[in-house]
Design a protein around this ligand. Structure first.
Ligand code: PGA
Length: 263
Protein backbone atom coordinates (compact mmCIF):
# COMPACT_ATOMS: atom_id res chain seq x y z
CA UNK A 1 0.00 0.00 0.00
CA UNK A 2 1.25 3.48 -0.84
CA UNK A 3 2.20 5.91 1.91
CA UNK A 4 -0.80 7.97 2.92
CA UNK A 5 -0.14 11.44 1.55
CA UNK A 6 -3.45 13.17 1.01
CA UNK A 7 -3.98 15.46 -1.97
CA UNK A 8 -5.74 18.65 -0.93
CA UNK A 9 -6.93 20.92 -3.75
CA UNK A 10 -8.09 24.48 -3.06
CA UNK A 11 -10.55 25.63 -5.72
CA UNK A 12 -10.91 29.39 -5.46
CA UNK A 13 -13.39 29.62 -8.34
CA UNK A 14 -14.14 33.24 -9.38
CA UNK A 15 -14.21 34.62 -5.87
CA UNK A 16 -11.18 36.90 -5.74
CA UNK A 17 -9.30 39.32 -8.00
CA UNK A 18 -5.75 38.24 -8.81
CA UNK A 19 -4.06 40.54 -6.27
CA UNK A 20 -6.13 39.09 -3.43
CA UNK A 21 -5.37 35.58 -4.64
CA UNK A 22 -1.64 36.28 -4.34
CA UNK A 23 -2.14 37.62 -0.81
CA UNK A 24 -4.24 34.57 0.14
CA UNK A 25 -1.63 32.17 -1.25
CA UNK A 26 0.98 33.89 0.93
CA UNK A 27 -1.24 33.65 4.01
CA UNK A 28 -1.91 29.96 3.39
CA UNK A 29 1.80 29.25 2.95
CA UNK A 30 2.64 30.92 6.24
CA UNK A 31 -0.28 29.28 8.09
CA UNK A 32 0.79 25.71 7.33
CA UNK A 33 2.72 23.83 9.99
CA UNK A 34 6.22 22.86 8.91
CA UNK A 35 5.54 19.15 9.47
CA UNK A 36 2.40 18.86 7.33
CA UNK A 37 2.62 16.04 4.77
CA UNK A 38 -0.21 16.71 2.34
CA UNK A 39 0.27 17.45 -1.32
CA UNK A 40 -1.35 20.85 -1.70
CA UNK A 41 -2.61 22.20 -5.00
CA UNK A 42 -4.08 25.68 -5.34
CA UNK A 43 -6.41 26.49 -8.22
CA UNK A 44 -6.64 30.29 -8.55
CA UNK A 45 -8.55 32.08 -11.29
CA UNK A 46 -6.89 32.16 -14.70
CA UNK A 47 -5.96 35.81 -14.06
CA UNK A 48 -4.17 34.95 -10.82
CA UNK A 49 -2.57 31.70 -11.88
CA UNK A 50 0.79 33.06 -13.03
CA UNK A 51 1.27 35.43 -10.08
CA UNK A 52 0.20 32.86 -7.49
CA UNK A 53 2.48 30.23 -9.02
CA UNK A 54 5.45 32.56 -9.07
CA UNK A 55 4.87 33.69 -5.48
CA UNK A 56 4.77 30.05 -4.30
CA UNK A 57 7.96 29.23 -6.22
CA UNK A 58 9.81 32.37 -5.24
CA UNK A 59 8.95 32.63 -1.56
CA UNK A 60 7.59 29.27 -0.42
CA UNK A 61 9.35 26.72 -2.62
CA UNK A 62 10.13 24.37 0.26
CA UNK A 63 6.40 23.74 0.80
CA UNK A 64 6.10 22.23 -2.67
CA UNK A 65 2.64 23.70 -3.27
CA UNK A 66 1.73 23.47 -6.95
CA UNK A 67 -1.06 25.15 -8.86
CA UNK A 68 -3.92 23.97 -11.03
CA UNK A 69 -6.01 25.69 -13.65
CA UNK A 70 -9.73 25.56 -12.92
CA UNK A 71 -10.45 24.68 -16.54
CA UNK A 72 -8.87 24.79 -19.97
CA UNK A 73 -9.96 25.18 -23.54
CA UNK A 74 -11.09 22.26 -25.61
CA UNK A 75 -9.29 23.92 -28.52
CA UNK A 76 -5.68 23.56 -29.52
CA UNK A 77 -3.27 26.46 -29.75
CA UNK A 78 -4.29 28.73 -32.60
CA UNK A 79 -6.90 31.19 -33.79
CA UNK A 80 -9.43 30.79 -30.97
CA UNK A 81 -10.18 34.19 -29.49
CA UNK A 82 -10.45 34.19 -25.73
CA UNK A 83 -9.49 30.54 -25.29
CA UNK A 84 -6.80 29.24 -22.96
CA UNK A 85 -5.34 26.04 -24.35
CA UNK A 86 -3.87 23.45 -22.01
CA UNK A 87 -0.53 23.70 -23.80
CA UNK A 88 -0.22 27.28 -22.57
CA UNK A 89 -0.45 26.13 -18.96
CA UNK A 90 2.75 24.12 -19.24
CA UNK A 91 5.44 25.51 -16.96
CA UNK A 92 2.80 27.23 -14.83
CA UNK A 93 0.12 24.82 -13.60
CA UNK A 94 0.90 21.18 -12.85
CA UNK A 95 -2.75 20.08 -12.94
CA UNK A 96 -6.01 21.10 -14.60
CA UNK A 97 -9.50 20.64 -13.17
CA UNK A 98 -12.03 19.64 -15.81
CA UNK A 99 -15.74 18.93 -15.65
CA UNK A 100 -16.57 20.88 -12.51
CA UNK A 101 -20.34 20.79 -12.03
CA UNK A 102 -20.51 24.58 -12.13
CA UNK A 103 -19.13 24.50 -15.67
CA UNK A 104 -21.35 21.60 -16.65
CA UNK A 105 -24.39 23.48 -15.35
CA UNK A 106 -23.55 27.10 -16.22
CA UNK A 107 -21.71 26.46 -19.48
CA UNK A 108 -23.56 23.35 -20.64
CA UNK A 109 -20.40 21.26 -20.76
CA UNK A 110 -21.25 17.71 -21.83
CA UNK A 111 -19.42 14.55 -20.82
CA UNK A 112 -17.94 14.35 -24.31
CA UNK A 113 -16.64 17.92 -24.18
CA UNK A 114 -15.18 17.29 -20.72
CA UNK A 115 -13.48 14.21 -22.14
CA UNK A 116 -11.94 16.15 -25.02
CA UNK A 117 -10.60 18.64 -22.47
CA UNK A 118 -9.15 15.73 -20.49
CA UNK A 119 -7.34 14.69 -23.65
CA UNK A 120 -5.98 18.21 -24.18
CA UNK A 121 -4.65 18.24 -20.62
CA UNK A 122 -2.93 14.88 -21.04
CA UNK A 123 -1.52 15.75 -24.47
CA UNK A 124 0.00 18.86 -22.90
CA UNK A 125 1.70 16.67 -20.27
CA UNK A 126 -0.36 17.94 -17.33
CA UNK A 127 -2.30 16.02 -14.68
CA UNK A 128 -6.07 16.00 -15.14
CA UNK A 129 -8.45 16.26 -12.18
CA UNK A 130 -11.84 15.10 -13.45
CA UNK A 131 -14.89 16.13 -11.44
CA UNK A 132 -17.99 13.97 -11.47
CA UNK A 133 -21.08 14.39 -9.34
CA UNK A 134 -24.72 13.48 -9.01
CA UNK A 135 -27.73 15.56 -8.06
CA UNK A 136 -29.25 12.70 -6.08
CA UNK A 137 -29.25 13.78 -2.45
CA UNK A 138 -30.36 10.98 -0.19
CA UNK A 139 -29.96 8.39 -2.91
CA UNK A 140 -28.08 5.20 -2.26
CA UNK A 141 -25.05 4.08 -4.20
CA UNK A 142 -27.11 1.75 -6.38
CA UNK A 143 -29.03 4.77 -7.69
CA UNK A 144 -25.97 7.00 -7.99
CA UNK A 145 -23.67 4.52 -9.63
CA UNK A 146 -25.23 4.46 -13.13
CA UNK A 147 -25.19 8.25 -13.25
CA UNK A 148 -21.55 8.57 -12.21
CA UNK A 149 -20.41 5.68 -14.36
CA UNK A 150 -22.09 7.24 -17.39
CA UNK A 151 -20.27 10.54 -16.70
CA UNK A 152 -17.01 8.60 -16.70
CA UNK A 153 -17.88 6.63 -19.83
CA UNK A 154 -18.89 9.81 -21.68
CA UNK A 155 -15.68 11.55 -20.65
CA UNK A 156 -13.44 8.64 -21.58
CA UNK A 157 -15.21 8.39 -24.95
CA UNK A 158 -14.59 12.12 -25.49
CA UNK A 159 -10.90 11.68 -24.69
CA UNK A 160 -10.72 8.73 -27.08
CA UNK A 161 -12.04 10.98 -29.89
CA UNK A 162 -8.73 12.83 -29.59
CA UNK A 163 -6.72 9.63 -29.44
CA UNK A 164 -6.27 9.48 -25.67
CA UNK A 165 -7.27 6.11 -24.21
CA UNK A 166 -7.88 5.17 -20.61
CA UNK A 167 -4.40 3.84 -20.01
CA UNK A 168 -2.94 7.13 -21.25
CA UNK A 169 -5.24 9.06 -18.91
CA UNK A 170 -4.07 6.87 -16.03
CA UNK A 171 -0.42 7.21 -16.98
CA UNK A 172 -0.88 11.00 -16.87
CA UNK A 173 -1.91 10.66 -13.23
CA UNK A 174 -5.68 11.01 -13.67
CA UNK A 175 -7.40 12.00 -10.42
CA UNK A 176 -11.18 11.78 -10.10
CA UNK A 177 -12.99 14.08 -7.68
CA UNK A 178 -16.43 13.00 -6.51
CA UNK A 179 -18.34 16.22 -5.96
CA UNK A 180 -22.06 15.69 -5.39
CA UNK A 181 -23.85 18.74 -6.76
CA UNK A 182 -26.12 18.92 -3.73
CA UNK A 183 -23.13 19.14 -1.40
CA UNK A 184 -21.23 21.92 -3.19
CA UNK A 185 -21.56 25.22 -1.36
CA UNK A 186 -24.58 23.91 0.58
CA UNK A 187 -22.91 23.44 3.96
CA UNK A 188 -24.13 19.83 3.92
CA UNK A 189 -21.40 17.42 2.82
CA UNK A 190 -21.96 13.83 1.80
CA UNK A 191 -21.18 11.32 4.49
CA UNK A 192 -17.79 9.66 4.42
CA UNK A 193 -19.56 6.35 3.87
CA UNK A 194 -21.40 7.67 0.79
CA UNK A 195 -18.19 9.10 -0.64
CA UNK A 196 -16.33 5.84 -0.01
CA UNK A 197 -18.97 3.78 -1.77
CA UNK A 198 -18.68 6.11 -4.73
CA UNK A 199 -14.89 5.82 -4.68
CA UNK A 200 -15.21 2.06 -4.98
CA UNK A 201 -17.82 2.35 -7.76
CA UNK A 202 -15.61 4.70 -9.76
CA UNK A 203 -12.50 2.53 -9.36
CA UNK A 204 -14.49 -0.49 -10.51
CA UNK A 205 -15.91 1.37 -13.53
CA UNK A 206 -12.52 2.77 -14.52
CA UNK A 207 -10.79 -0.52 -13.81
CA UNK A 208 -7.90 1.05 -11.93
CA UNK A 209 -6.80 1.88 -8.42
CA UNK A 210 -6.59 5.58 -9.19
CA UNK A 211 -6.74 8.47 -6.68
CA UNK A 212 -10.27 9.60 -5.79
CA UNK A 213 -10.98 12.85 -3.95
CA UNK A 214 -14.13 14.08 -2.26
CA UNK A 215 -15.41 17.65 -2.65
CA UNK A 216 -18.49 19.47 -1.38
CA UNK A 217 -18.77 21.54 1.82
CA UNK A 218 -15.57 20.14 3.31
CA UNK A 219 -14.48 21.61 6.64
CA UNK A 220 -11.82 20.52 9.14
CA UNK A 221 -14.15 18.08 10.92
CA UNK A 222 -15.21 16.51 7.64
CA UNK A 223 -11.61 16.35 6.45
CA UNK A 224 -10.63 13.85 9.08
CA UNK A 225 -13.71 11.69 8.63
CA UNK A 226 -13.34 11.48 4.84
CA UNK A 227 -9.67 10.62 5.05
CA UNK A 228 -9.66 8.31 8.07
CA UNK A 229 -8.09 5.11 6.82
CA UNK A 230 -10.00 2.79 9.09
CA UNK A 231 -12.31 1.03 8.64
CA UNK A 232 -12.49 1.69 4.89
CA UNK A 233 -11.41 -1.09 2.57
CA UNK A 234 -8.50 -0.15 0.32
CA UNK A 235 -10.71 0.25 -2.76
CA UNK A 236 -13.06 2.52 -0.78
CA UNK A 237 -10.40 4.90 0.42
CA UNK A 238 -10.47 8.61 -0.37
CA UNK A 239 -7.09 10.05 -1.29
CA UNK A 240 -7.83 13.68 -0.69
CA UNK A 241 -10.23 16.59 -0.83
CA UNK A 242 -11.30 19.31 -3.21
CA UNK A 243 -12.13 22.34 -1.09
CA UNK A 244 -14.07 25.36 -2.35
CA UNK A 245 -15.45 27.91 0.12
CA UNK A 246 -13.33 26.81 3.06
CA UNK A 247 -10.14 27.34 1.06
CA UNK A 248 -10.77 31.08 0.86
CA UNK A 249 -9.72 31.55 4.48
CA UNK A 250 -6.08 30.72 5.19
CA UNK A 251 -6.61 29.60 8.79
CA UNK A 252 -9.56 27.38 7.89
CA UNK A 253 -7.75 25.85 4.93
CA UNK A 254 -4.63 25.22 7.02
CA UNK A 255 -6.77 23.48 9.64
CA UNK A 256 -8.24 21.24 6.91
CA UNK A 257 -4.73 20.34 5.76
CA UNK A 258 -3.69 19.56 9.33
CA UNK A 259 -6.82 17.45 9.94
CA UNK A 260 -6.24 15.63 6.66
CA UNK A 261 -2.64 14.76 7.41
CA UNK A 262 -3.51 13.53 10.90
CA UNK A 263 -6.45 11.42 9.77
P1 PGA B 1 -17.38 23.87 -1.59
O1 PGA B 1 -16.98 23.67 -3.13
O2 PGA B 1 -16.26 23.32 -0.76
O3 PGA B 1 -17.55 25.36 -1.44
O4 PGA B 1 -18.65 23.13 -1.37
C1 PGA B 1 -16.34 22.53 -3.56
C2 PGA B 1 -16.12 22.63 -5.06
O5 PGA B 1 -17.00 23.05 -5.78
O6 PGA B 1 -15.04 22.30 -5.55
Amino acid sequence: MKAHRPLIVANWKANLPAGEEVALAGRIATSLPADQRAEIVIAPSSLGLVSVTSLLRREHATLGISTAAQDCSVEEVGAHTGEEPAAHLVGIAASVIVGHSERRRERGESDALVGRKLARVVLAGLRPILCVGDDLRGADTRERAPYLVSQWRGASAGAAELGVDVSTLLAAGLVVAYEPIWAIGSGVPATAQEARHVARTLREAIGADLPVLYGGSVDAVGASSFLAREPAAHEERLDGLLVGGASLDATTFASIVVAATRA
